[in-house]
Design a binder for this molecule. Structure first.
Ligand SMILES: [Zn+2]
Length: 304
């Protein structure tokens, strides 16, 4: 019997490959995962270990595994392409992190080369070099970086990204904790200056889902990623609106798979099950939407 992927979402990680096959996609394209130099990753995990103090709730990292194991896990899920994202939390980090990410991706067939930026005088130079070297996605972490995305030193960088047509995956929402420059009002000003920018609002702007949908509606190259959205974990503190599936209909081709693997406090299958639930909840979404989110839309953005 053929499995209906809408009616039977994956029940655990071991079930993911069979479920992916049932959707009919030629593998998953995950536009939002994280790989970092090991010492940095250990620090990130140590931060999440303190999540109860930092965020007010525990955040037990589910995939606290050696790097090769994490790569093998993604392959096992059926991820054919992924964007390993890096991000700085202070100046003088983004250039070497970008170099690291470019070199790392060259060694992993499923990984696309990525870059990151920070407001500093050198940003135009190292970003331009990275785009010339083939970077296919740029991570911009406004919350962790605690910088103003409207900083004049970033203006040319936004322009370069827009001209290159590569997606900027922007964490500019107020979750999991509000930052000095987070919020859709601030990022809207960047889009006003760079209306053709291909921006992917990470976590669908969690918890500002309404504002994010407005931006996607208003700017033709703005997308949202699914990272952590609709999972039981985030539903507890940042639930999507009750009519979320219906709201996605108008922007269905600009919703892309993202997961935050491996830094998530639950199994990978939970994200896929959440997306399957949206697809099943509205006939105007259905299986075509599922295939678009899991593969077609992120593949288009990453040029694969
Ligand atoms: Zn992330």
């Amino acid at each position: 019997m053929n499995r209906d992927p809408l009616a039977t979402p994956p029940i655990d990680d071991a079930d993911v490959p069979a479920w992916v096959a049932a959707t009919g996609v030629d593998g998953l394209v995950d536009l939002h995962v994280h790989f970092l130099p090991d010492r940095m990753l250990q620090k990130v995990w140590a931060f999440f270990d303190q999540a109860e103090q930092n965020y007010g709730r525990p955040w037990p990292i589910h995939y606290r595994e050696p790097e090769q194991t994490r790569i093998d896990l993604l392959r096992g899920f059926g991820v054919r392409t992924f964007a390993p994202l890096v991000y700085p939390h202070k100046p003088d980090m983004a250039a070497w992190l970008t170099s690291w990410a470019l070199e790392w991706a060259a060694e992993v067939p499923e990984a696309v080369p990525t870059a990151t930026i920070y407001p500093e005088d050198s940003v135009t130079s190292y970003l331009g070099d990275a785009l010339d070297a083939g970077a296919r996605a740029v991570k911009v972490h406004v919350q962790v970086g605690d910088f103003d995305p409207r900083d004049p030193r970033l203006d040319r960088a936004w322009g370069l990204i827009a001209e290159a047509g590569v997606p900027a995956i922007v964490h500019c929402g107020d979750g999991p904790r509000q930052g000095t420059y987070t919020g859709m009002d601030v990022f809207t000003e960047v889009l006003r200056r760079h209306p053709r920018l291909t921006a992917v609002i990470a976590h669908a702007g969690l918890p500002e889902y309404d504002r994010t949908l407005q931006l996607v509606d208003r700017f033709e190259n703005v997308h949202l990623d699914t990272t952590m959205v609709g999972t039981p974990y985030t539903q507890e503190f940042a639930p999507v609106p009750d009519d979320w599936p219906a709201r996605l209909v108008a922007v269905a081709d600009r919703v892309v798979l993202g997961t935050d693997f491996p830094n998530i406090p639950y199994g990978y299958h939970e994200q896929l099950a959440a997306i399957a639930g949206w697809a099943a909840a509205d006939d105007r979404l259905g299986a075509p939407f599922l295939r678009s989110v899991l593969h077609d839309a992120p593949a288009r953005l990453l040029g694969v």
